[in-house]
Design a protein around this ligand. Structure first.
Ligand code: NAP
Length: 248
């Protein structure tokens, strides 16, 4: 029997990349998607294979419907999809809301909201017992921004993660008796490349003083929460928004 497949969107770098290697170590076959960084994606695939797993990387922009459909098709060819980690997300440079352009807000919403919902749609099609699937787990990678609001930084991004939280709550109820659990993690300040996209590579260290634990988090600390929510150890957990934010 082939290993259960974990599909991770945005698995080439940061939280998604570490989640992929942890999934490989846990016995999943791993399918990661990436936007453009093929080299980073290939390196994650090599790490998963070194851990003994089958792995593949698929270039797929989650904001393009046909590419999302193609991603799920490629993952399903590896075996039964049993866990989907909706992790791909983008930030834009820090600005006040009164400076936001239409294009900026549209891009954030297309990737973080529409893309996430399209991935969730394909996950339900693949895993719901109602559709002939064997059940599984969806873990959404939201953000502490959803409850902090991110004033003077990126209220649009924070609002996109608020939408993801609401999607988590609603979808968890919608598919609870179809064998699918739906949960979210809400990371705080985690050391990844995403802060460079916001225009401040040192953002985590700059703001760490505001975290009750007085430090930023590592991607592995988020990945392990994701792996737990996806696992059978969390078999009675659905609709939960798990803060992974150093007490913030
Ligand atoms: P990251 O290091 O910047 O990595 C982003 C990943 O997403 C990369 O694999 C990237 O692919 C992929 N990606 C970007 N746009 C995409 C698109 N349109 N379609 C498909 N894939 C796309 O980010 P991260 O910090 O690990 O963030 C992962 C998730 O955690 C995001 O949803 C983010 O909002 C959330 N989060 C992060 C933090 C934090 O402090 N780091 C805190 C809270 C929440 P390429 O390599 O090809 O560019």
């Amino acid at each position: 029997m082939s290993a259960p497949v974990m599909l991770i969107t945005g698995g080439s770098r940061g939280i998604g990349a570490v989640t992929a290697t942890r999934a490989a170590e846990a016995g999943y076959a791993v399918c990661i998607s990436y936007a453009s960084n093929a080299e980073a994606a290939a390196s994650v695939v090599a790490d998963c294979e070194a851990a003994g797993a089958t792995a593949q990387a698929v270039q797929a922009d989650v904001a393009v419907e046909a590419e999302v459909i193609g991603l799920f098709k490629a993952a399903s060819q590896m075996g039964d999809i049993s866990a989907v980690i909706i992790n791909a997300g983008v930030l834009e440079p820090m600005q006040r809301l009164d400076q936001f352009s239409f294009d900026r807000v549209s891009r954030i919403m297309a990737v973080n909201v529409t893309g996430a919902i399209m991935c969730a749609r394909e996950a339900v099609k693949a895993m719901s017992t109602r559709n002939g699937g064997a059940g599984g787990a969806i873990v959404n990678v939201s953000s502490a921004a959803s409850y902090l609001g991110s004033p003077n930084e990126f209220i649009d991004y924070a609002a996109s993660k608020g939408a993801m939280d609401t999607m988590t709550i609603g979808l968890a109820k919608e598919v609870a008796d179809e064998g699918i659990r739906v949960n979210a993690v809400r990371p705080g300040l985690i050391y990844t490349d995403i802060h460079s996209d916001a225009g401040d590579p040192n953002r985590v260290d700059r703001l760490a003083e505001n975290v009750p634990m007085k430090r930023g988090g590592q991607a592995i600390e988020v990945a392990d929460a994701i792996l737990w929510l996806a696992s059978d150890q969390a078999s009675y957990v659905s609709g939960t928004l798990l803060n992974v934010s150093g007490g913030r």
